[in-house]
Design a protein around this ligand. Sequence first.
Ligand SMILES: NC(=O)c1ccc[n+]([C@@H]2O[C@H](COP(=O)([O-])OP(=O)(O)OC[C@H]3O[C@@H](n4cnc5c(N)ncnc54)[C@H](O)[C@@H]3O)[C@@H](O)[C@H]2O)c1
Length: 504
Amino acid sequence: MTALDLSSPVAVVGTGTMGQGIAQVALVAGHHVRLFDTAPGRAQEAAAAIGARLDRLVEKDRMAAAERDAARGRLHAAGSLAELADCSLVVEAVLERLDVKQELLRDLEDVVDEDCLLATNTSSLSVTAIGGVLRNPGRFVGLHFFNPAPLLPLVEVVSGFATDVTSATRAYEMARAWGKTPVACADTPGFIVNRLARPFYAEAFAAYEAQSADPATIDAVLRECGGFRMGAFELTDLIGQDVNEAVTHSVWQAFFQDVRFTPSLAQRRLVESGRLGRKTGQGWYEYGDDAERAEPHTAEKAQAPAYVVAEGDLGPAADLLALIREAGIPVREDEEDHGTRLVLPGGGQLVLADGQTSVEFRDVVYFDLALDYRRATRMALSASQDTQPQTLTEAVGLFQALGKDVSVLGDAPGMIVARTVARIVDLAHDAVAKGVATEEDVDTAMRLGVNYPLGPFEWSRRLGRSWAHEILDELHQRDPSGRYAPSLALYRHAYATDKREGTP
Ligand SMILES: NC(=O)c1ccc[n+]([C@@H]2O[C@H](COP(=O)([O-])OP(=O)(O)OC[C@H]3O[C@@H](n4cnc5c(N)ncnc54)[C@H](O)[C@@H]3O)[C@@H](O)[C@H]2O)c1
């Protein structure tokens, strides 16, 4: 089964933000496109808006004028659903309400041919539930584009419970023929991206609620240490707090209020107060010409330690040793396996975030996981009231000597980046084990859908087989709510090989 023939007309129903974007994609790929919207005049407005966007492409030399003219000639605003009768694909992008989508699909099924593929762009409803009203739900598939659809390459091709393999394959091939990168996934709350991305927001908000740090500091750590393109606070201000919270809420509800997806109280208060982000001029941050830019907390200059002692294998932070030496600070290696840590001249210890809290130890400073310790420009440290001032000073001075800004957080088990990455890795393993998608598609979806620097499986491979499980296990012991409970899939991944060789 191949993609749709370009001579096949495509219809887009619901011509708001997403409908317009999807229509533009199909149009530029070479299809005749029909637009339909129930709001009077909306389809014509959408056609004009798409035309204007094509004009801009021509102005920027990204499209030839003749190509634009031909595309315009293929775009048609329909006055009724009946005008969609000869379409081979109808994508609906109407209001995100189950009853509205179901009613539309029932009507559409009476209009189009038997072999017309029907698709929904829903981001949070069940594809199975929407298609359940059709006489032939086998022809119904989810085609989840991301906003703005003409620019973002990812499309999640979602198979509902009743979707035929041939329909899903047709939709997949069609997305590819339209220049997109499709990934196949099962009908699950949040599909791939919106399911696996939840901890990125939740862990940042939780760190704020626990008063570990303020939004600007947490965002800076996620960006400059974790390698994420944007921090969770600035990103949700851009998306809209109401929109982001609605996705979190719907995923949490759809998983029968699974504690791993619990929404944030702090974000709830923000939404209740109308601070929705950039669009209202206020969110986690203030916007507007005279708004003051919130700066991350950055530690004052401190004296670098004269030397460090490296004990054991630093695992994902092993690169630090070379960096410390390059900065001219001698590293004495202690082969004895006391643990995995750096010991500072005053006797205090510097340990990579492992899910334990610094209050459990006499004199420990934790440091966060970096995507790349060489390229990171900031490091987060976490100390407790029992940490000796000298230990914290030496730890700050050490990372400053490596050219990093340093943010000191309150006691924060799993810090910020480490627990965020561990939870994303866990959800990824869990999703693949449950047949949601392949490892490869999960990595593609998270890199393209939310711009993560690495896919969860690439990250997991870098960090080591049992890293995510170990840190979540520690966190789960300290917070037994279930929020950090590692999945069975992650446990299997971490320990399968060891167990296979042993005896029960
Ligand atoms: N906005 C996003 O970032 C985004 C991303 C991915 C998916 N989605 C999904 O895409 C869909 C549309 O979202 P949007 O942001 O474009 O919404 P929107 O509000 O911009 O547009 C919805 C359009 O649908 C029309 N409409 C409503 N009921 C209709 C009906 N019965 N028949 C025909 N037209 C009807 C409205 O008049 C409106 O023009 C939703 O399912 C949403 O979850 C949105």
